[in-house]
Design a protein around this ligand. Structure first.
Ligand SMILES: Nc1ncnc2c1ncn2[C@@H]1O[C@H](COP(=O)(O)OP(=O)(O)OP(=O)(O)O)[C@@H](O)[C@H]1O
Length: 506
């Protein structure tokens, strides 16, 4: 497939705000790509990023004269980006510059623009992953459910696109849960209070403590244990306690879902940052482990000894978890249909220093990768997970640091809408960290404002939402302040403008 065709498809997707029209444009591109659909799916959903090539906007400021006619193929571009990503060691800077000049020199003006945005991670035509899955189903004329199911086992959309287009439903059915390969975790929806959550689910439910740690998905095959994060990164080396705790369980091969959390001697949680620090680096694990040991807590099981439990009702899965894991490794949980008992449990959980509860249906399957209705979280404090769009250089005591952050909510079509700014709540350590982080994400500058790739999620507390003509979404946050940066949440899962409007009762 020619790069020019991919550019045309990208422009067609970007040109419309209608989800249906975007889906048709993507489906056309996938059909045209055939066996190269994996590449096309990767490029059009923006999963191929600057991170891989190590190129910043500085290196793309002056580009060579463009070519007159389109000759570059998508496969050639991919190979060139791969080899750029592999460059390291002495002299790699010069080789990188030469490779960039060669690639861009063979591109037409429109292709140069596309490549520049692609490499900088700014190609946001709104092809979110869920939309790409819709397009795959359309292009291959297969049921969407079959595509979604394959994607939850595959982690990446590319191989699913190729299977759907070349082998239809039969090829999609070959994607199953494999012990050792992570599946996308099930996510929760939110209710404003406990009564709302109980009403939504009805009847007997499980009320779980919501522990403010790090989501872990643990796979055990024989003696081998692998620990994955919420975003499916392998962090086994960082959490030896989890590996040891899992080795000691019964039940043959296992896939478990849970939380790793640093607790004090009395069982109350340590500050979230301390748990998070344990998952950031695999250096000095032994020393870190001595200072801040983490406790392993499981709340679900997806596979036991050759049997997949994803489609088994939660009540049965929870009973299976009780059989393989001792009580101290299972989340505090109450099975009840009595709102009074649920309220007592919620109050006790909060008194124990925990974040809230997750109310779970006992009949539901494990809906991997979905923010489903079967898990409803309830927290006393409302927060939003927003994306940093730009940062301003600080003044006075903060001069030399990037301080005031511009906050964006997802617009539901792959872009972000600004809701306000804040420089509140940041510790000196956070300021130092964010300065480095946002310089690495920089795309361009306007005066004292540094624009960044919208990739960093930040958890924000606020006192309310008000109508505001100043911001494009028509709403702004009152007294927004930073609680913490979230390393475990991709920008695509940030809170949406729609969710913010609902909060504001608009
Ligand atoms: N008992 C529990 N059951 C399910 N998830 C739990 C539980 N205790 C803690 N959690 C955490 O809560 C998260 C579920 O909430 P949600 O799906 O909204 O994810 P999130 O967006 O990361 O939420 P939040 O920002 O509230 O932590 C899980 O990812 C998990 O890390």
């Amino acid at each position: 497939m020619l790069l020019a065709d991919l550019v045309a498809a990208s422009q067609a997707v970007a040109a419309t705000r209608s989800r249906l029209a975007k889906r048709h444009a993507l489906a056309d591109a996938l059909r045209q790509a055939g066996p190269e659909a994996a590449l096309v799916a990767g490029y059009l959903s923006g999963t191929v990023r600057q991170r891989r090539t190590g190129l910043g906007w500085h290196s793309l400021e002056t580009l060579p004269a463009p070519a007159d006619a389109p000759t570059l193929t998508v496969a050639e571009v991919d190979a060139a980006l791969e080899s750029l990503a592999a460059l390291s060691g002495s002299g790699s800077q010069a080789r990188r510059t030469a490779a960039v000049a060669d690639l861009f020199g063979r591109a037409t003006p429109a292709e140069q623009r596309f490549l520049r945005l692609l490499v900088l991670g700014e190609l946001r035509q709104g092809a979110l992953d869920s939309l790409m899955l819709d397009a795959v189903a359309e292009a291959a004329s297969v049921p969407l459910a079959a595509v979604r199911r394959a994607a939850m086992f595959s982690g990446e959309t590319g191989p699913v696109a190729v299977a759907a287009l070349t082998g239809a439903e039969a090829a999609l059915a070959a994607f199953t849960l494999a012990v050792g390969t992570p599946v996308r975790p099930m996510l929760a929806s939110a209710a404003p209070d406990l009564a709302g959550a109980l009403e939504r689910l009805g009847g007997e439910v499980a009320v779980d403590a919501k522990l403010d740690g790090i989501r872990i998905q643990v796979h055990r095959r024989g003696r081998e244990v692998v620990v994955f994060t919420r975003s499916l990164d392998d962090i086994t080396a960082r959490l030896p306690e989890v590996v040891e705790a899992t080795r000691g369980l019964g039940g043959g091969d296992l896939v478990l879902d849970g939380e790793a959390i640093a607790l004090l001697a009395d069982g109350r949680p340590r500050p979230f940052q301390e748990t998070a620090a344990r998952t950031m680096s695999s250096a000095d694990v032994t020393a870190l482990r001595e200072q801040v040991p983490v406790t392993t807590v499981f709340f679900d099981v997806l596979h036991v000894a050759g049997q997949d439990l994803l489609d088994t009702p939660a009540g049965t899965r929870f009973a299976a978890l009780g059989e393989v894991a001792p009580g101290d490794l299972v989340v505090p949980r109450l099975l009840t249909e009595d709102p009074g008992a649920a309220a007592d449990f919620y109050a006790r959980t909060l008194a124990g220093g925990h974040e809230g509860v997750v109310v779970k249906s006992l009949d539901a399957p494990y809906e991997a990768g979905r923010r489903g209705a079967a898990w409803v979280k309830v927290k006393p404090r409302h927060t939003l997970d927003l994306v940093v769009l730009a940062v301003e250089w600080g003044s006075g005591r903060r001069s030399g640091t990037l301080s005031n952050i511009h906050l964006g909510a997802a617009d539901g079509a792959g872009g972000f809408v600004m809701l306000g700014k804040t420089f509140k709540g940041m510790t000196d350590e956070m300021l130092a960290w964010q300065t480095e982080r946002f310089l690495a994400l920089e795309t361009h500058r306007e005066g004292h404002v540094v624009h960044v790739r919208p990739e960093q999620v930040v958890e924000i507390a606020f006192d309310g939402v008000q109508r505001s003509p100043r911001y494009p979404g028509g709403v702004a946050l009152r007294f927004a302040r930073v609680l913490r940066y979230r390393e475990d949440k991709p920008a695509a899962e940030a809170d949406t403008l729609e969710a913010v409007r609902v909060l504001a009762g608009l």
